[in-house]
Design a protein around this ligand. Structure first.
Ligand code: C2E
Ligand code: CA
Ligand code: CA
Length: 748
């Protein structure tokens, strides 16, 4: 895309092209002494500068300054030309230095400033060493080209030192600028770049024209038309460069190969030149040797910088591939290496996941420092037991990975057994001796998968099978039966689902058992919004989740969702409490009460807005810890309920020590109390029992109005069931709650 061009500018560009053609014609016809031709000639020199000035006025920030400098340079050049045409051209012999020279020479600082600005803009991330390359390229090219240019020409006898310097300055400056541009081009990875291309073409043409003109001047000859045309074309090319789009080049890294070989090659040429001059006693112009010296020095400095950069790069690369704690390879390297192994022809690799058992307990009981030390020792010991061909990586946490290249099932089993047996020796730490067990899952290519993700997934599944299986010892992915596989696949999906936020809550209201049937709260019931299987109910996944230690995470998610929803209801003027079901493992975690307190603070909820339901089995498995946690929660003001009462073995004595508010009578009794006198008796006596212990009684599974009326007769406090409302998603529950609220108000 070209920079937006105004109409006036378009006319000017066309005019420039037309005038150039006219100039060619004039030269061809040999009528260049005609005053009209002279006028045309000077206008032609002026146009590029004016065009660039106009472009500069509309260009964005940094580019504007660059083109302003370029336009100043071009205009200065044009003014110099006008002076020369008017006052110098007809003198014979032409003086070596005239007032036009400073004007002409002023072009170069302007041009260089413009180039520095525009290149900084186009190559935004050019480092110091990259600029060094520019110096090498410029010095080398200038030195090499200046040898024939300066050496071959004997200045005219009447020339002064200043005359020689001034007139040689033009081609040398051209060559230096062109060299810098070449260097910049090299930096951009020799990418096709119109601006650089046009600038280099322009400066190359300038160099040629200035060289020829210098030679002719020293020999006292007139400059031919072709040289004049070359100057004009060169100026037009520079102007054209300014007309190119100003967006900077994509910030791709220049190829390491080019950015090292090009400067090195050039420096070698310079060194060659100096050596050749010294060995053959051939006199080369002092300017050339100085330039060559600059290029070689810059190359040496550059080389030193490169070595340091390479060292830093190497260190960074090592860091990116090693695990800081153990010094083993990390997951990134593990994955890269596996890809490489899989690319090789047969036989494929075997991979193993090694997961330490109960590592969390070590961390919890002895602290993270001991945990870290243990991981280091485990890593080192495993590494020692493995041959150099096996890659051992720490994949994160207490999980390690092995890649065994070209290893079949039997050999993989041997290697892994070796690992297990070295781990069996206790680890002696200053604080404590620790015994470590590990669960290992193995997948073999191609039996268990030929691509990376399948192979790793299968190894992971096998590792979990090893963890949950009771036999101990490593498990092969191949050996897993369909049931185990399905179960493990579900676990994998559940883990991913947790990360993706696939768990949702449905809510079932609880109402007072009286004529008003006022809503007091809702129970949050978890569902898994599975991407393909649809809504999955808790019975289908909670048991498996518990066995794989996932319940902690699930409870955290559910608590958060429930509190968030409760906050929304509070904000809508619906201060219902939300009940959340806990699992056995939640109360085992001593940090759990604190976690709940944090959550309530975060959602700005009063503790009474949350109720926690625990089943009797919680108390059976871990009574002391559970009682402690429950006590702390109750002290915080959180309501507690015993869930599914009647299905377990809890004795009355337990109920007495439990700090609970509600007793939830299981629906097995409630639903049958209309037809089964025994159930009716249980319900009735449980209501009395609860009341005598200062608890409220909640009847679960109330499916119709008949049961509701019976419960009312027994003095039951609260009821929950399909007959009142089914569990519904948040939006439906909100609508239901609002409707009830309106009806209640109308009745009051
Ligand atoms: P629960 O705590 O006893 O929850 C009541 C279950 O009974 C719910 O099943 C509910 O839909 C169902 N239900 C309610 N009223 C009636 C009725 O009138 N008749 C019948 N037949 N059933 C009724 P759901 O949602 O499938 O939950 C099943 C169990 O899963 C729950 O039993 C609870 O133990 C567990 N659960 C649900 N959500 C969570 C959770 O977030 N965390 C934990 N740890 N467990 C949960
Ligand atoms: Ca419940
Ligand atoms: Ca229940």
């Amino acid at each position: 895309m070209f920079a937006a061009t105004t109409r006036r500018e378009r006319v000017a560009w066309r005019g420039l092209a037309a005038l150039l053609t006219a100039q060619v014609t004039i030269y061809a016809a040999g009528v260049d002494d005609h005053p009209v031709a002279g006028l045309l000639h000077n206008i032609l020199y002026l146009i590029p500068g004016l065009l660039v000035a106009s472009l500069a006025s509309r260009a964005p920030g940094p580019v504007r300054t660059a083109w302003a400098f370029l336009s100043a340079g071009l205009l200065s050049y044009a003014v110099a030309n006008l002076y020369w045409w008017t006052f110098v051209r007809d003198l014979d012999p032409e003086p070596l230095i005239t007032p036009a020279d400073p004007l002409w020479l002023a072009f170069y600082p302007c041009l260089v400033t413009a180039l520095v600005l525009v290149l900084r803009h186009r190559l935004p991330r050019v480092s110091a060493s990259a600029w060094m390359d520019g110096v090498i390229a410029a010095g080398a090219v200038a030195s090499l080209v200046s040898v024939p240019v300066l050496g071959a020409i004997e200045p005219a006898p009447h020339s002064t030192v200043l005359g020689v310097v001034v007139n040689a300055a033009y081609p040398i400056a051209d060559i230096a600028v062109a060299g810098c541009l070449l260097g910049a081009w090299a930096l951009s990875g020799w990418r096709a770049d119109r601006v650089l291309g046009l600038l280099i073409a322009g400066m190359g043409l300038f160099a040629a024209a200035d060289t020829v003109s210098m030679v002719l001047l020293w020999e006292g000859l007139d400059v031919p038309a072709a040289v004049d045309l070359a100057w004009l074309t060169a100026l037009s090319l520079l102007a054209l460069a300014a007309r190119q789009p100003s967006g900077h080049t994509r910030a791709t890294r220049p190829s390491l190969w080019l950015s090292t070989t090009v400067p090195a090659g050039l420096a070698v040429c310079c060194l060659g030149l100096l050596l050749w001059a010294a060995l053959t006693a051939h006199r080369i112009p002092p300017v050339s040797s100085v330039l060559a010296g600059i290029a070689v020095t810059a190359a040496i400095v550059r080389m030193m910088a490169s070595v340091r950069t390479a060292e830093a790069l190497g260190a960074a690369r090592r860091q990116a591939r090693t695990d800081e704690l153990t010094g083993l390879a990390n997951r990134r390297f593990f994955v890269e290496r596996l890809e490489r192994e899989l690319d090789r022809p047969d036989p494929g690799p075997a991979v193993a996941y090694v997961d330490l058992d109960r590592f969390k307990e070590v961390n919890d009981s002895f602290g993270h420092d001991v945990g870290d030390t243990l991981l280091r020792l485990v890593g080192a010991r495993m590494r020692e037991s493995l041959g150099p061909e096996v890659l051992l990586a720490r994949l994160g946490g207490d999980e390690f990975g092995l890649i065994m290249p070209g290893t079949g099932r039997d050999r993989a089993a041997e290697i892994v057994d070796g690992v297990l047996s070295t781990l069996r020796e206790p680890f002696v730490l200053p604080e404590v001796d620790l015994h470590v067990d590990a669960s290992i899952g193995i997948a073999v290519c191609p039996d268990d998968g030929a691509d990376r993700s399948t192979l790793l997934r299968r190894a992971d599944v096998a590792m979990y099978a090893a963890k949950t299986g009771h036999g101990g010892g490593p498990v092969f992915a191949t050996g897993l039966d369909d049931h185990a596989r399905a179960r493990l696949t579900m676990l994998e999906e559940l883990r991913a689902g947790l990360d993706r936020g696939e768990l949702v809550l449905h809510y079932q209201p609880k109402v007072t058992v009286d004529a008003a049937a006022r809503v007091t709260g809702v129970e949050a019931l978890v569902r898994w919004q599975h991407p393909t299987r649809g809504l999955v109910y808790p019975d289908a996944f909670l048991y498996t989740a518990e066995s794989a230690d996932l319940m902690g995470r699930i409870t955290t998610v559910v608590l958060d969702l429930a509190c968030r929803q409760s906050r929304l209801w509070h904000d809508q003027g619906l201060p219902v409490s939300v009940a959340v079901n806990l699992s056995v493992s939640d109360l085992r975690d001593p940090g759990f009460p604190e976690q709940v307190g944090e959550l309530l603070r975060r959602h700005r909820l009063p503790p009474a807005a949350l109720e926690l339901e625990v089943t009797e089995s919680v108390l059976m498995t871990d009574a002391d810890n559970a009682l402690q946690s429950l006590g702390r929660l109750r002290d915080m003001g959180v309501r507690l309920a015993v869930d599914d009462y009647g299905t377990g073995y809890s004795s009355l004595s337990y109920l007495q020590v439990l700090p609970v508010d509600d007793l939830k009578l299981d629906r097995a009794f409630v639903s049958r109390c209309g037809v089964d006198p025994r159930s009716a008796a249980i319900v009735h006596s449980t209501v009395q029992l609860a009341h005598s212990l200062g608890m409220q009684i909640v009847a679960e599974g109330v499916e119709d109005a008949d049961i509701f009326e019976r419960l009312r007769g027994y003095g039951c406090d609260l009821a929950q069931g399909y007959g009142i409302a089914r569990p519904q998603d948040a939006a439906t529950t909100t609508a239901w709650l609002l409707e009830r609220e309106l009806a209640d108000r109308a009745a009051a």
